[in-house]
Design a binder for this molecule. Structure first.
Ligand SMILES: [Zn+2]
Ligand SMILES: [Zn+2]
Ligand SMILES: [Zn+2]
Ligand SMILES: [Zn+2]
Ligand SMILES: [Zn+2]
Ligand SMILES: [Zn+2]
Ligand SMILES: [Zn+2]
Length: 501
């Protein structure tokens, strides 16, 4: 927008401004018609005057200092612009044109323009009319006579261009300064009468900011052509000539061609499963109708292939699952090597308790672990909602002996102390108060199914039905972050000792 403001400013600079105009206008209003008529009568006297008229300021005759030199920079009509032929008395003998700021030569009484007087006084120093000498310095301007001249009627210098203005010489400058018929040059370099300025800005000027009618962005008029080459909203016809009346904004044309245009060449939807047919989008509809059966057949074949593939993948997946299960067990065993205690982390206690109470999952099982690399193998289980005598009121804990590869070297029946500890997870070590119960198995014939060398995969489990009451486990920090830590330790000697036994 600042460019536009600048235009206006530059234009104004080209128009000369006269600060004298208002003065001129004021003077004219003071003049009366009577005066003017009188002046016309005086014409002959003045033209052939042998002596100064009364109106000449007395100071002139003293050859005194003139006032400030008059301003002769403003527009002034030449004699051809006067409505009536110029009378001789108004003509300057030097420039032979209409007197401007008249001054009178005191030696012969002839009037010259102020400027002409200055010029002559530097050159011939003689009155051009009668060769009488003239003074060195111009006398004061004869303001009364000047006012007479200002009352003459003139037309505008632009009258041939069509300006109809006619008024007094005194008002000439004001008019011509602002005459609509003056030629002006726009910052774009074009010249035209001032009155066409607005039209020029609105319709022609290349330096005028205009709005693109399509994308609404602001551009200089002179850049319109190059803008349209890249304007994203310029309406364009479809290159496929699908509809000669349709136009698409440039940035939507691709979408039309890709997704809508009936003339765009497309590939059959069933390309993936073997149909290689290609045609225009509009003709593809017929293809689908005609080839329906073939396409269904292809799909069927494809479905069978995919089923086979899916089965293969599922098989592989199952194999992997089993491998992962075995690894878990191995890792469980490894954890316990040379360590006769297991810490079982039971997470989501609240969820599991709810399941236990609801009867959907009464027991939690820990995979088998070994007391040492060649030691006893156990599995552990927990009934959060209790078992047997503890059902509904307590949490029960059990272990059972599993068949192991090294059973032959171990001592049977098993009679080592087993301890179950529900860990208090209080942050302060000294505050911790674990719930701890031990079982010292006593071998007897009726306990053989629990403690004897396993003949099946595992023995019957033994443990504590009333290990910890529900009331108790919710106190202290037995459950923290909804997690319980149950430690099970078996106080059997190290592998070597067992082997020795
Ligand atoms: Zn002159
Ligand atoms: Zn003279
Ligand atoms: Zn004019
Ligand atoms: Zn222009
Ligand atoms: Zn545009
Ligand atoms: Zn199209
Ligand atoms: Zn097809």
């Amino acid at each position: 927008m600042s460019d536009v403001d600048e235009n206006v400013q530059k234009l104004e600079e080209k128009i000369p401004l006269s600060d004298k105009i208002e003065q001129v206008a004021d003077k004219e209003e003071d003049e009366s018609i009577d005066n003017k008529q009188e002046n016309e009568k005086d014409e002959i006297d003045r033209a052939s005057a042998g002596s100064p008229t009364e109106s000449v300021d007395s100071s002139d005759s003293d050859d005194g200092e003139p006032e400030e030199p008059p301003d002769v920079s403003t527009p002034y009509p030449d004699s051809k612009l006067l409505i009536y032929p110029m009378q001789k008395m108004y003509m300057c003998p030097k420039c032979r044109d209409l007197l401007r700021e008249p001054v009178q030569n005191k030696y012969c009484g002839h009037y010259l323009c102020y400027q002409c007087y200055v010029d002559v006084s530097k050159l011939t120093k003689r009155c051009p009319m009668d060769q009488v000498e003239i003074g060195n310095k111009p006398p004061r301007v004869d303001k009364e006579f000047r006012d007479d001249i200002w009352q003459l009627e003139a037309k505008c210098k632009n009258n041939e261009q069509g300006c109809k203005w006619e008024d007094t010489v005194g008002k000439y400058s004001e008019h011509v300064t602002y005459c609509e018929y003056n030629s002006m040059t726009c910052i774009c370099g074009t010249s035209f009468p001032k009155r066409f300025y607005q039209r020029h800005r609105d319709k022609e000027c290349g330096k005028e900011l205009i709005q693109c009618e399509y994308c609404e962005s602001e551009i200089y008029r002179e850049n319109k052509k190059s803008h349209l080459v890249e304007c994203t909203k310029l309406p364009l016809p479809c290159p496929n000539k699908c509809d000669k009346d349709l136009r698409f904004p440039r940035d939507e044309l691709d979408k039309h061609i890709e997704t809508e245009c009936p003339r765009t060449k497309v590939v059959c939807h069933f390309e993936d499963i073997g149909c290689s047919h290609k045609s225009s989008r509009e003709k593809m509809v017929k293809h689908y109708a005609k080839e329906l059966t073939n396409h269904v057949d292809m799909l069927h074949v494809e479905e069978i292939k995919r089923d086979e593939l899916l089965n293969k993948i599922l098989l592989k997946l199952r194999e992997h699952e089993m491998m992962i299960g075995n690894d878990d067990e191995r890792i469980g065993n490894l954890e316990s090597i040379n360590n006769t205690q297991l810490i079982w982390r039971i997470e989501d206690v609240s969820g599991k308790m709810a399941q236990a109470k609801g009867g959907s999952a009464e027991s939690l099982f820990h995979p088998p672990f070994a007391t040492s690399k060649h030691g006893y193998r156990f599995s552990a289980s927990v009934c959060l909602n209790g078992d047997g005598k503890g059902k509904g009121t307590h949490m029960s804990v059990f272990i059972s002996i599993h068949k192991g590869d090294y059973d032959v070297f171990l001592k049977w029946p098993f009679d080592y102390r087993v301890t179950f500890i529900l860990l208090d997870q209080d942050e302060h070590l000294n505050e911790r108060k674990h719930i701890k119960y031990s079982i010292k198995p006593s071998p007897s014939p009726e306990n053989e199914k629990f403690l004897g060398r396993p003949t099946m995969d595992k023995n019957a489990s033994f443990g504590l039905q009333k290990f910890a009451s529900h009331k108790e486990i919710y106190t202290r920090n037995y459950i923290k972050d909804n997690t319980m830590l149950l430690k099970i330790s078996v106080e059997c000697p190290g592998t070597d000792a067992v082997f020795l036994a």
